[in-house]
Design a protein around this ligand. Structure first.
Ligand code: NAD
Length: 357
């Protein structure tokens, strides 16, 4: 099959890791008889340099015309002085909203081969864990009414958390469907003991749960969830939560895997077009040195095949190649201690994974 993929390499290590993922996707295409056509567009700091804007219209149009989007990362010290609405990171909110991406899927998996990298004790992580956070991406407090006003103590700033039944049902269905494809366990996280918006969230999730009797459903308050993630991460399989809680909990979940360079993500909307990106940033401290770990971006490419193109076998194949390279002991610098020998470069790791495919 033919697919058009928009490539948003971005800044810092973005170009290196996206090019690694392209090598793996191309090899996968050859092996399975597909054709992937890659078209690059500017985003972030490099787009500011070239056009004055972090998200040029040409990029939005190109992404809208593609079957899916692969993004590296944006930002870096060079653009830190840009005004708030012209910062490279602003382009991320812009492209997500232009593509109508209301779901963020973030797997957090601790590979048995990388157990030592987790800050959690062996007794807690056991043979590793594998959970999926489903985060609402275009609603809630990050998009609610905001501003300044006179309050009880003088001028104050405010942000508003608001969720409609429609938005909650939409993300809830993605979460229940995701749970059905995994171990059929779903935990919804809210703050219903305090927030009205969370009470509506919980009520709507309970109504949905009636439609999915095979899914073992439960609720948890967000403060407890933050604690449970480090106390016993293996109790979770699929987690669904709001934009802000998901932002915070998914970073916590990534830290307990111990390896920011390993974690992929998918942002999805109503169509099959999604945007796939590693969860880490542009790592300006190692940019251009061929030292970045490309695995998060390669696994993001695998998620694209699975969720946007329906190519599950091809995605399994990429994930298995990553597993086998890790099991064989190959590591990039971020995955090993200084005393553990010479790490692989970004391009060497890519080569190993390509060979293992
Ligand atoms: P970062 O994730 O870029 O880096 C944090 C640390 O992790 C650094 O030491 C970095 O070298 C290391 N690291 C990250 N990815 C790695 C990889 N693949 N391989 C090896 N090491 C890796 O976070 P930061 O330093 O807080 O942010 C740097 C820039 O990235 C900022 O401008 C920030 O705004 C931006 N950022 C962008 C995104 C995005 O594009 N989605 C996300 C987060 C941060």
């Amino acid at each position: 099959m033919d697919f058009n993929i928009a490539l948003l390499r971005g800044d810092g290590i973005g170009p290196e890791i996206v090019d690694s993922a392209v090598v793996i996707l191309e090899k996968t295409a050859v092996r399975f008889g597909h054709r992937f056509v890659f078209t690059p567009y500017l985003i972030g700091g490099c787009a500011i340099d070239a056009t004055g804007k972090p998200l040029p219209q040409e990029t939005v149009d190109g992404c809208l015309a593609s079957d899916s989007v692969l993004l590296g990362a944006v930002g870096g010290p060079k653009w830190d002085d840009q005004p708030g609405d012209n910062r490279p990171e602003k382009a991320l909110l812009g492209i997500r909203s232009a593509l109508g991406l209301y779901t963020n899927l973030r797997p957090a998996k601790l590979y048995p081969a990388l157990r030592a990298a987790s800050p959690l004790k062996d007794g807690i992580v056991g043979e590793g864990f594998d959970l999926m956070i489903v985060r609402e991406l275009t609603g809630g407090i990050y998009f609610g009414e905001r501003g300044y006003r006179q309050g009880r103590f003088g001028e104050e700033a405010f942000d508003t958390e608001a969720y409609s039944v429609t938005e909650i049902e939409r993300i809830g269905r993605v979460a229940f469907d995701t749970a059905m494809k995994r171990s059929r366990r779903l935990c919804s996280i809210d703050k219903a003991n305090v927030l009205e918006s969370s009470r509506l969230w919980r009520k709507t999730m309970h109504a949905l749960a009636e439609e999915y009797p095979e899914v073992e459903y439960r609720d948890m308050f967000v403060d407890n969830a933050a604690m449970q993630l480090v106390r016993d991460p293996r109790q979770f399989d699929v987690i669904v939560t709001s934009n802000m809680f998901g932002d915070i909990l998914s970073d916590e979940a990534s830290q307990i895997t111990g390896s920011i360079g390993m974690l992929a993500s998918a942002s999805l909307g109503a169509s099959t077009r999604g945007m796939y990106e590693p969860i880490h940033g542009s790592a300006p401290d190692i940019a251009g040195q061929d030292r970045a770990n490309p695995i998060a971006t390669i696994l993001s490419g695998a998620m694209m095949l699975r969720y946007s193109f329906g190519l599950a076998e091809e995605a399994d194949c990429i994930e298995a190649a990553v597993d086998s390279v890790l099991n064989a002991g190959y590591r990039t610098a971020d995955l090993m201690g200084a005393e553990e020998g010479a790490p692989l470069s970004c391009s060497e790791m890519t080569q190993k994974i390509a060979e293992a495919l």
